[in-house]
Design a binder for this molecule. Structure first.
Ligand code: NAD
Length: 309
């Protein structure tokens, strides 16, 4: 049966795909977002279900939950572009930690809440070569990962304090339409759609586990309907890793044209992990979920997307 659902960060890249998925599943979705990175139209809800609120505003956040009375709260609002977090560490901590406290306290105060989902990240893991499962030792290597590790601890403490079933999803690298931050896919997409055939990129060798936002949204939906009873953590990735060069090759295949790569020193990250790969056996065993989108299909749709240059 459809539930009353609130998504924080629902006007963003992943949150908007999730809003669409949960509505297709028959849920009534409301979105809280301050539109700092998100865009209003992406939320996919009418004005009476959209709340332009900053999660750092404790009373306003509490009021949104009191007014919408959600049964499920999915907390995705955060700042997460790593270079942005490095440049604005106090803001990153304020939003990702204090904002999370406000959202969880508001969820505790409203007796309608039956289930909570909190978005974390693969950035809580340390540098490692192989696939990492949820038991892997943690060790974030930047301010962003540190704030998200705190987010996870807050979610666990929230569950202990309230008994409300709480799921943490450790998202690996998302790709798909409507990306709001200048990560690899939108960067290549922007350059290619503006006519460039020589791409200016940073580090070329690091590999990442890219998962389509629609597959991520189906995974979150599956975890919610499975109904985890206590507190649990799941990797949400695809279990395959690709280098930057391999992603460029996918764009070449879909364009049917060769692309040249020029390393732009301004884009090269000084601290960079070479691998970030999910072990997703726990997610699959718990839900039966399987990813549907491969890289080439995702790239093909990105090449038809209208992007503001
Ligand atoms: N994109 C990825 O590859 C990735 C990987 C791992 C984890 N994540 C996590 O997934 C979640 C969603 O990320 P995304 O890629 O959709 O990014 P995004 O920036 O598109 O989405 C975040 C949304 O939160 C909103 N927001 C930011 N600060 C806010 C505040 N103070 N109050 C209210 N709303 C605020 C933004 O406007 C935006 O719409 C985040 O928690 C992020 O840490 C993303």
């Amino acid at each position: 049966m459809g539930k009353n659902v609130l998504i924080t960060g629902g006007a963003g890249f992943i949150g908007s795909a999730l809003s669409k998925q949960l509505q297709e599943d028959g849920h009534a979705v409301a979105v809280l977002d301050n539109l700092s990175f998100g865009r209003r139209h992406l939320a996919g809800v009418f004005d009476d279900r959209f709340f332009e609120v900053d999660i750092r505003a404790r009373e306003a956040t509490r009021k949104v939950l009191a007014d919408t009375r959600p049964e499920i709260v999915l907390h995705l609002a955060a700042v997460h572009f790593i270079p942005y977090c490095n440049q604005h560490p106090v803001e990153a901590a304020d939003i990702n930690i204090n904002g999370t406290i406000n959202v969880l306290d508001a969820a505790q105060a409203i007796e309608s809440v039956e289930q909570v989902f909190v978005a974390s990240t693969a950035a809580v893991y340390p540098i490692a070569d192989g696939a990492m499962d949820e038991q892997h030792v943690l060790g974030p290597m930047d301010i962003y990962g540190t704030t998200k590790l705190a987010t996870e601890k807050l979610a666990s403490e929230f569950h202990l304090r309230t008994g409300i079933p709480t799921i943490v999803g450790r998202f690996f690298n998302a790709f798909g339409p409507n990306e709001t931050n200048p990560h690899l896919f939108p960067e290549i997409q922007r350059q290619v759609l503006s006519g460039a055939r020589t791409l200016k990129l940073g580090n070329l060798d690091p590999k990442r586990d890219y998962i389509h936002t629609e597959d991520m949204s189906r995974a979150m939906s599956a975890l919610l309907s499975k109904g985890v009873s206590g507190y649990d953590v799941f990797n949400i990735g695809r279990g395959i890793e690709y280098s930057v060069r391999e992603i460029v090759a996918a764009f070449e295949r879909q364009l049917g044209e060769p692309l040249t790569i020029e390393v732009d020193p301004a884009r090269v990250r000084k601290v960079e992990r070479q691998h970030l790969l999910a072990d997703v056996r726990k997610l699959k065993a718990a839900t039966g979920w399987e990813p549907k989108w491969d890289i080439d299909q995702g790239v093909a749709t990105l090449l038809t997307e209208h992007v503001e240059q």
